[in-house]
Design a protein around this ligand. Sequence first.
Ligand SMILES: C[C@H](O)CC(=O)C(=O)O
Ligand code: MN
Length: 359
Amino acid sequence: MPSAPQVQEPDLRGRKVVLHDMCLRDGMHAKREQIPVEQMVKVACALDAAGVPLIQVTHGAGLGGNSLQHGFAMASNEDYLSAVAPQMKQAKVSVLLIPGLGTMRELQSAYDCGARAVTVATHCTEADTSPQHIAYARKLGMDTMGFLMMAHLNDPAGIARQGKLMEDYGAQTVYVTDSAGYMLPADVRARVGALRAVLKPETEIGFHGHHNLGMGIANSIAAIEEGASRIDGSVAGLGAGAGNTPLEAFLAVCDRMGMVTGVDLFKLMDVAEDVIVPMMDHMVRVDRESLTLGYAGVYSTFLLHAKRAAARFGVSAREILVELGRRKMIGGQEDMIEDTAMSMAKERGLLKDVGRKTA
Ligand SMILES: C[C@H](O)CC(=O)C(=O)O
Ligand SMILES: [Mn+2]
């Protein structure tokens, strides 16, 4: 009898992977920016003690994020950073900066408060908004990461061109960012592979996943197979939508596959269970709405905005999200969520008096 074909598992033994935790930045979205300074310090110290090498600490929308559009955190970015950074024994603290929202002055100030790494984030077709911020970060000597958000909205060749621009500006790592948790492993492979083919060998590639389709871990492994060496995730998945790639589960997979992270699995499991889960306002998981984000390709940060708009206008969050996906709304268009919900309610005759009220 012919024997079953042998499937060759990719051998990632010995591969070094840098884990970058997002609980205290992407997790801010899930907490509506309401994490007290003391809790930030507690979480960061626990991650540091577990050996996580890179920990992001910022408002969910990054430097300059405190605003009506993105919500106000309980403390300024400077207060968070200057409380956390001096407590770190081995971890480096990173910040997020979206050019246009965050300024170079804010980057300097984050550096002065102890941040030593920065993720400079642009929409996946707008890398050309980032040269000054990337150059400034390099001048400060920061570990500088370019981050192409909503990467499913650009094809692999486009991502490669955009990533190359970020590398030319000085980025030392370029990320494929699955902001919507929409990608499947083949999508990730194609984009990371296209980047690897054009970037210098010394430029690292990162992958930032959202777990909306439950693909965070599989997608991160696909990214590593294609040459990524930095993986974002958050312990217990605390992040926007269904959360980021759950870091402790991802670490268990890395350990099983023989990859080298320097992070202690059992300690990280304990951080998830004893520190992060108790601080969640809602269970961050794949549910009807977060799954819709992944299915329809919607920016994960829109989840809580859509839920609020649903309560206000009487249209379900799922329908609002599907419509936002159809309109290809991107980060920065948060004000359009209410607008979309209102038009949908109006079309359905749920808002008969809107014209009179606004006249
Ligand atoms: C500002 C966003 O939350 C950045 C991010 O984490 C993503 O696009 O995903
Ligand atoms: Mn994210």
